[in-house]
Design a protein around this ligand. Structure first.
Ligand code: SAT
Ligand code: MN
Length: 602
């Protein structure tokens, strides 16, 4: 493949001379090329075809390489201050001194792939070109599905600027050495996921899994893009994008931020439980938002595919995702059942046995999980049966609502509307969630995950809050909502979740159209007890009341915990957010003179 881009040619040559691959291959993105690559992956034992699904493959990683590694993820800005308190930081020169020698000869015996790719529709004003160099054909196969890859991206690049993304699994194949199905650096302490925000550059070493290795995703489209967005006046967010059309044919676009593995994919493809309503999907993980000249915020999905959590996905919980992965899909760390199809916990299909994600024999009831909790399917967006017709529009879609959520067993009501943009930014800044298996650390701990971006900020979290606040004068801002599908009593969820979340989406559109008054609480605006459309749903009145109510006692504690969180972020937390917190505390604990009867129940 030809390029006249001298910077690109020089970089590829420099990396090849340093990493010493056996050869260099430029990906043109053609079907023939993809077919050949898949054949090779099968021949070398990394991929196994899934008999039940055309052109689909099963692959299992090394057991040490199953999720993003936040502890080994670094923002190497020149000043430590610019990485902020939520990121690991190292001086860029020092990082290069450590990492560059690790790349020396690291691709020996392997092919070096050069993948030109475009994040965002080719004609989007926000589209960004990256070039990933990798020694992992698994990464290449996934990049074909997750990004717009090949000749067209190279043509769009022309002689312009690109984001260099260097990746190696860190496992050179020396003469006579037999390859393994999933080469990687097994020592977690020797993995590095590194962003250089001033240079717009990414180096990733040692891992072949997901966001550690598919560098267009979290590294480029969130960490580096958030830095570019701040400079250029837009937002790079960890959000799904959906459209919701009501029975009158009116369509609302919404974006929603939830931490990894909290159901973004399910919400993005939700089947409305109410007749005449229809959700369509534009994206399930990342949204880039740009103010339009009309004063609205316009959203695009920079990605081209889904990299969704498999466990829990079934015909019942997400039939659309199941359809999207019927063919041309890659399944990582799920089980391969004796019936010739992939399998995971919650898929809602009886099997007699399987090979589990670690290659061992598995039978139902054996006491182990067959699929890793962070096992994933990769599938093209275009295969989603309810893809919104504007999914590939360069301009994107104008947002009416932004939703923030997390997994909270208590405290956070089902849905709350913010009083204002600043109040909504406060919601986003204070979101917390139980941790999940999407990251290698401990699971099930409630931690603050502002804007569901904690692992993905490319710069100081407080500057990021300020950047969000800076949009407040746009004339047609989306309204902001906070949701929680995960309230529990003991082990029982109070809200059924999944498609019933569509009832909450309906209420949101009714608020947008001023069709329901809502109920003012200390926290914001919640649905009145009669306002949610519960047609066909059985739910105890006491559960509903708990779901919709701001519990003053819990929220006083929560406000204290948010204050401690803000303190932990240092002196740069914007005063406007401290003010929001103070206002909340006042509403929770009004002095008798200021008491409003509409305040929440204590
Ligand atoms: O592995 S990924 O980072 O792509 C998935 C996720 O954590 O959202
Ligand atoms: Mn994600």
């Amino acid at each position: 493949m030809q390029t006249t881009n001298q910077k690109l040619k020089d970089w590829v040559e420099q990396i090849a001379n340093h990493c010493l691959p056996q050869d260099v291959y430029w990906c043109d993105g053609s079907k023939t090329e993809q077919d050949n690559l898949l054949k090779e992956l099968v021949a070398q034992g990394t991929f196994k075809p899934v008999a039940a699904r055309p052109n689909s493959y099963w692959v299992c990683s090394h057991p040490s390489d199953v999720a993003r590694v936040e502890k080994r993820t670094f923002i190497c800005s020149r000043k430590e201050e610019d990485a902020g308190p939520t990121n690991n930081w190292m001086d860029p020169a020092q990082m290069k001194q450590i990492l560059w020698p690790k790349f020396a000869g690291c691709m020996q015996g392997r092919r070096m792939y050069v993948i030109p790719f475009c994040m965002g529709p080719y004609d989007s004003p926000l589209a960004k070109i990256g070039v990933e160099i990798t020694d992992s054909p698994y990464v290449v196969a996934n990049m074909y599905l997750m990004a717009r890859v090949g000749e067209k991206a190279l043509a769009k690049l022309g002689n312009g600027d690109f984001i260099p993304c260097l990746h190696s699994v860190g496992a050179p194949l020396l003469a006579g050495q037999k390859d393994v199905p999933w080469p990687c650096e097994p020592d977690p302490e020797n993995k590095y996921i590194v962003q250089f925000p001033e240079e717009h550059m990414i180096w990733s070493y040692g891992s072949g899994y997901g966001g550690n290795a598919l560098l267009g995703k979290k590294c480029l489209a969130l960490r580096i893009a958030s830095v570019m967005a701040r400079k250029e006046g837009w937002l790079a967010e960890h959000m799904l994008i959906l459209s919701l059309t009501n029975p009158q044919g009116k369509t609302f676009y919404m974006a929603a931020a939830f931490p990894s593995a909290c159901g973004k994919t399910n919400l993005a493809m939700l089947k409305m439980p109410l007749p005449g309503w229809q959700v369509k999907c534009l994206g399930d993980d990342i949204a880039w938002l740009r103010p339009g000249s009309d004063g609205r915020l316009w959203a695009i999905n920079p990605e081209y595919g889904f990299f969704g959590v498999a466990p829990g996905t079934s015909g019942k919980t997400n039939a659309q995702a199941m359809a999207a992965m019927e063919k041309n899909a890659i399944f990582t760390n799920v089980a391969l059942a004796d019936d010739g199809d992939v399998w995971w916990e919650g898929i809602d299909r009886e099997i007699t046995g399987a090979i589990d994600w670690q290659g061992a024999r598995w039978t139902p009831g054996c006491g182990r999980k067959a699929a890793h909790p962070n096992s994933r399917f990769t599938a093209p967006l275009s295969q989603c049966p309810i893809l919104d017709e504007h999914w590939n529009d360069g301009e994107g879609v104008p947002l009416s609502a932004i939703i923030f959520g997390g997994r909270r067993p208590s405290t956070v009501p089902l849905v709350t509307e913010a009083f204002s943009w600043e109040h909504g930014v406060f919601f986003g800044s204070a979101i917390a969630s139980e941790t999940t298996a999407a990251n290698l650390d401990q699971v099930g701990i409630v931690r603050r995950d502002p804007f569901a971006m904690r692992p993905f900020f490319g710069y100081h979290v407080c500057d990021y809050f300020q950047h969000w606040l800076s949009f407040k004068n746009l004339s047609h801002l989306p309204r902001i909502f906070m949701v929680n599908w995960f309230q529990k009593e003991g082990e029982r969820f109070l809200w059924p979740g999944y498609s019933d979340n569509g009832r909450v989406l309906k209420w949101i559109t009714q608020r947008l159209e001023n069709k329901v008054p809502g109920q003012k609480s200390a926290l914001g605006i919640n649905p009145g007890l009669q306002e949610l459309d519960l047609t066909g749903l059985k739910i105890a009145a006491s559960d509903l009341a708990r779901l919709l109510t701001c519990d003053g006692h819990q929220w006083k504690k929560e406000a204290q915990s948010i204050a401690e969180f803000y303190q932990s972020l240092g002196p740069k937390v914007p005063p406007a957010l401290w003010q929001q917190l103070t206002d909340l505390q006042k509403r929770l604990d009004p002095s008798p003179r200021e008491h409003h009867s509409s305040c929440c129940m204590f």
